[in-house]
Ligand binder design. Structure first.
Ligand code: C2G
Length: 452
């Protein structure tokens, strides 16, 4: 290569490649002799809060390549990479669209920075919206979690929370008005007429029926945990979703957080050897007036937090445990204040601890034959974890980014499942979700026996 060649670099996601991208690349290329284009990975886009990217990275790279404008294509996968690339590749000019004006001035210490005029009226978001009409969603239940869902849904493109349902119409009206929703209803059937999808955030025992009715009418369903209390019901719902070709997702938000996914993949990568033990704890001292403490049938620690603790256990050791035993400390009204589950798998052991009236250290420890992973509380939001070894001096620290209260990842995943071709979730598989229903079923059987 000619040593005096003027090199330009630009970066982007280039989702649903369009004319605006093409113009930008053309203008950037015209600034010199050699154009390098950095295309972002899905992971990096998630980290920087860009949710709902449709095309996979290889397709986006291919689309940039097809323009014939890029002399070199690189992958951008982390914050702080731009100065590295600029120095390593000997770049003269950093170019980017004018929507970023000012944001990259700090790169002037390494090269010239140019903001190129953005092509008006075209963007990936506009294309996404024309390709996929905005998903109209109804919230079922207007309790504690519903307002958080609304706030997080605003951070995800392609979805509009249109309506709310509460069997108590006054509560529905109050919630609908407070959050400026287009509609509210005291009739579930009526809600379904207004929406394409529902988010079920009503009391546990109502999940199955609402999910079933919505699926039967061809609506997509995102259901708070626990999805059902029995394996049979869980299977029935997933079969129904398949039959109707709609998405059914259990809303265990941890499953969809990028940091949690990374931790599971690091655990399975072999770095700690073979995973042999998983210990997960989630406890919160809960006020006596709360539903968890008062509801004798469906309250208690395990039904509240068990989905979180079971998640890493099933992800890492599989769903085929050989044995599970339950130990609980009960309140006088019969709810479990604290519950320990001991699992035995062919290849390992696991412990789940959940509490509403006993506090313990809320950590996740994944033990392997070569080392272990320690994720401190709140590991279910996975903002950090460490890989540790026999040698106490050797510690690898991970601090994945985590935005808001995390629900946005679950919502974004739900929207992309609905818009994409694959209906099934890999973040939380059907098998895992059904296995969890199986543990809930066993737990409730034991509790009934004890209450008799
Ligand atoms: N662009 C444009 N005109 C449009 C749309 C986009 O000129 N109508 C430009 C953007 O300004 C950007 C490039 O096309 O320079 C890629 O845009 P995106 O795919 O949206 O990527 P972006 O999120 O801007 O990534 O590290 C990534 C970079 O910071 C930018």
């Amino acid at each position: 290569m000619d040593i005096h060649m003027k090199k330009i670099i630009t970066y982007g996601t280039f989702d649903l490649f369009h004319e605006g991208h093409h113009n930008l690349l053309k203008r950037a290329r015209a600034l010199g002799d050699y154009l390098i284009v950095g295309v972002t990975t899905e992971y990096y886009d998630l980290q920087r809060g860009k949710l709902n990217v449709v095309d996979p990275v290889l397709k986006r790279v291919e689309n940039v390549r097809k323009t014939g404008l890029a002399d070199e294509i690189i992958i951008e996968d982390h914050e702080g990479q731009k100065p590295e690339d600029i120095q390593k590749l000997g770049v003269d000019i950093f170019a980017i669209g004018s929507d970023w004006a000012g944001a990259f001035d700090y790169l002037e210490q390494y090269c010239k920075v140019v903001y190129l005029e953005r092509t008006p009226r075209i963007s990936s978001s506009v294309l996404r919206e024309s390709r996929y009409p905005i998903l109209q969603l109804g919230v079922v239940g207007s309790g504690r979690i519903a307002p958080r869902f609304l706030a997080e849904a605003k951070m995800v493109s392609g979805i509009n929370v249109r309506a709310v349902y509460n069997p108590n119409e006054e509560s529905a009206a109050a919630f609908g008005q407070a959050h400026k929703l287009e509609a509210y209803s005291g009739s579930f059937h009526d809600l379904l007429q207004h929406v394409d999808a529902i988010y079920i955030a009503s009391p546990h025992e109502t999940h199955h029926l609402y999910a079933k009715q919505a699926l039967e009418e061809g609506r997509h369903v995102l259901c708070e945990k626990p999805l059902t209390f029995t394996v049979k019901e869980a299977r029935e719902l997933y079969a129904l979703a398949e039959e109707k070709d709609v998405v059914l997702m259990e809303g265990i938000k941890t499953a969809y957080c990028p940091g949690f996914m990374q931790m599971m993949n690091v655990a399975k990568s072999g770095i700690i050897g073979q995973v042999r033990d998983v210990e997960a704890c989630f406890s919160r001292i809960t006020a006596p007036a709360m539903r968890e403490m008062r509801d004798e049938q469906y309250g208690g620690a395990f039904l509240e937090f068990g989905s979180y603790t079971l998640l890493p256990i099933f992800k890492l050791l599989g769903c085929g445990y050989e044995d599970v035993t339950f130990q609980t400390i009960q309140a006088p009204n019969g709810i479990d204040l604290y519950t320990k589950l001991h699992f035995r798998f062919k290849e390992g052991l696991a412990l789940s601890k959940t509490g509403v009236g006993v506090k313990s250290e809320g950590q996740l420890v994944i033990g392997g034959t070569n080392g272990y992973i320690l994720a401190p509380s709140p590991w279910w939001l996975t903002r950090s974890f460490e890989v540790r070894f026999e040698d106490p001096g050797r510690i690898e620290r991970y601090s994945p980014k985590f935005l808001g209260d995390g629900l946005r990842y679950e919502i974004a995943y739900f929207v992309s499942k609905i818009n994409g071709d694959a209906r099934m979730s890999y973040c939380l598989t059907q098998e895992e979700s059904i296995a969890m229903a199986g543990v809930v079923e066993r737990f409730m059987e034991e509790r009934r026996k004890e209450q008799r």
